[in-house]
Ligand binder design. Structure first.
Ligand SMILES: Cc1ncc(COP(=O)(O)O)c(CNc2csc(C(=O)O)c2)c1O
Length: 443
């Protein structure tokens, strides 16, 4: 099957063809009939696992079929009832203080448009109400200032924000994503790298926070002095592709203060951390930020891309935060049902309960197999990860887990990350941990 696909397109990234009829709940089934406990869930994008009956009902409902058949250009032809759909789905689970939401196709599209909305907001602040000049309108058509601005977005080493060109400039996780592509010269600061166990290295890790925050301040000063104004800062609550790298609530609280002090926007990229796996819909809500983030971008488990933004970031004109589809109402119909099921079945609490079972078990295995699992087991809810002793051992463990019936996911240099769906229960954690121990005795 891969060979057949490869006749049509590059297919070497395919892991295996999947039987989406037989895949069910937490289990993915390949076309050979092998059933694996899926703790990766399509790169962390399945909210309710495979073939959830409530989602099938959404599609079987005749009132909904119209939305699946007629995909609207949402920016100009929304269907009757669209505001209510957005209210019942996305706004019903919005981060505290957010009342505005836009939908887009994917995570990259959401981050790209958050960057654009940030640049417009920053330029309008500079204008202070002055009219747009003819020189601005003519110069931007040929990519020249003043119409094209010299603004930048600050990002962090190890980050991942997408592979479209603007996002790619803010992505720094793996060279394979960056090689051969042009990149904009935007500021890059360091994301904290902690020593574990955290309780033993509290002072060292606080010093690490201070060092990284000082770099943020330095980059603001360096770029603003040169007129390459930093209009926004984009950051993941946990750097996922970069290796599930965590930072303290205090780091994020201080980052928000520094960002505000420099007149820039804070863009929190919840594409991978958002959607409930951390026990809250929004991971950054574990950080008790003093104020709402200016933007919260999302995709994956939310089934639609998009961003929440504070009212001051609304565009002043049409067609600037805009594209043909602006998302997909059929995905928002599914999301509406997901939100209902998460509430009905208390799945955010389940993520906390299953996550605790995972973390306790992983910490126990890291104590009993220190030669294989490093002592930096980390996670929030089921958004967990552990490091093997080397990239090679990580890869070997990944393959042997697969052969023993577990589909996990690699990230960073030597990390295995867990990204189960929200229907993952404590007994699934036990099954995973038992199989992991079997594999640890075989690597
Ligand atoms: C934190 C964060 N921000 C943005 C993105 C981009 O989302 P998509 O464009 O892939 O939907 C992602 C997507 N994650 C992702 C995992 S592997 C991958 C890839 O392009 O290879 C992408 C993300 O994790």
């Amino acid at each position: 099957m891969i060979a057949n696909l490869d006749k049509i397109q590059f297919a070497s990234a395919v892991w295996y063809f999947t039987d989406y009829k037989k895949s069910l709940g937490n289990y993915i089934v390949d076309v050979d009939g092998n059933s694996l406990l899926d703790v990766f869930s399509q790169i962390s994008s399945l909210p309710l696992g495979y073939n959830h009956p409530d989602l099938h009902k959404v599609i079987q409902d005749p009132d909904n079929q119209i939305a699946f058949v007629n995909r609207p250009a949402l920016g100009i032809f929304p269907a009757e009832g669209w505001p209510e759909k957005l209210t019942n789905s996305l706004l019903s689970i919005a981060p505290k203080g957010h009342t505005q939401v836009n939908t887009f196709a994917c995570g990259s599209c959401s981050n790209e448009n958050a960057f654009k909305a940030t640049f417009m907001w920053y330029r309008n602040k500079q204008r202070g109400g002055a009219p747009i000049t003819d020189e601005e309108n003519s110069s931007c058509l040929i990519n020249r200032q003043p119409g094209s601005t010299p603004f930048t977005i600050m990002s962090f080493k190890g980050s991942f924000h997408g592979q479209t060109l603007g996002c790619l400039t803010t992505t720094h996780s793996r060279s394979i994503f960056k090689l051969d592509f042009p990149a904009l010269d935007w500021p890059i600061a360091s994301f904290p790298r902690y020593r574990y166990p955290l309780e033993e290295f509290a002072e060292e890790n606080k010093a690490e926070d201070r060092k990284c925050l000082a770099q943020v301040e330095e980059e603001f000063e360096r770029f603003n002095k040169s007129g390459r104004f930093v209009a926004g800062v984009v950051i993941e609550p946990v750097q996922a592709e970069g290796g599930d790298v965590h930072a303290s609530p205090e780091f994020f609280q201080e980052l928000q203060r520094i960002t505000k002090k420099n007149g820039a926007a804070l863009i929190i990229d919840e594409v991978q951390t958002g959607g409930g796996a951390t026990g809250k819909y929004w991971c950054h809500e574990h950080f008790n930020l003093p104020d709402p983030a200016d933007f919260v971008t999302f995709s994956k488990k939310m089934l639609t891309g998009g961003f929440y933004s504070l009212p001051e970031f609304r565009p002043q004109q049409g067609l600037k935060i805009f594209n043909t589809w602006m998302g997909d109402p059929s995905k928002v119909l599914l999301l509406e049902k997901v939100v209902e099921v998460v509430k009905r079945d208390n799945l955010l609490n389940l993520a906390q309960e299953s996550g605790k079972r995972l973390m306790d078990g992983l910490k126990d295995l890291s104590k009993r197999y220190p030669q294989h699992i490093k002592n930096n087991v980390r996670g929030i809810g089921t958004f967990c990860a552990f490091d093997l002793s080397s990239p090679q051992k990580r890869d070997e463990t990944f393959v042997k887990l697969q052969h023993h019936g577990v589909q996990s996911g690699p990230c960073g240099e030597q990390t295995l990350r867990l990204r189960p769906s929200l229907v993952f229960q404590p007994h699934h954690a036990d099954i995973f941990l038992d199989i992991l121990e079997t594999v640890l005795n075989d690597i």
